[in-house]
Design a protein around this ligand. Sequence first.
Ligand SMILES: [Ca+2]
Length: 189
Amino acid sequence: MNLYIIETLCLFIINTSLAAGGGHCYTKWENGRWVSVGDCNNPSAEDVLGQLRKSVKAKELKTWYRASNGFYYKLFNDQVNYATAKSNCQKRGADLASAGVRDSTIRREIMPLIKAGNDSTWIGLSKFEGKFIWGDDVISTPINTDWHEGEPNNLGGDEDCVHFWPENKWHLNDLACNRDMKYICEARA
Ligand SMILES: [Ca+2]
């Protein structure tokens, strides 16, 4: 099992004998363990953290599917709302899948992963100021978004997030973001 950094903290110990009064920096990992990464005043503390995140990500991606666009994909089977799905991808140095879903060639490559889950699956496409925007900031258009016929219909007025819809040939549908479902993450190495 891979572990992820979920929190960083600097502890400042008040000690008049220390002229600088610097703190010590720790990271909290997913297993609850705190690991020291050095003095807060040390400019290399961020570098150490960066390297830690990079090595965790590299280890994680070994279990992901590498598509022909060079990006990595993984379906997660826990059922969560859109915000949690996005945050869970980001904890792994990834995001909800966008570029690969938009591109019909890559979409064909990753569909077997998604279909294996046999359930609705969140992707990186949601409404921002009334417009659907992909997670990598590309504006959604009828050309780059494989909507099911009649979608997006904004049923009930709050369908701001988008998922693969197994009941309708895995086309895309807008749905309320608080619904729980599986999700697919996309990572750039
Ligand atoms: Ca809808």
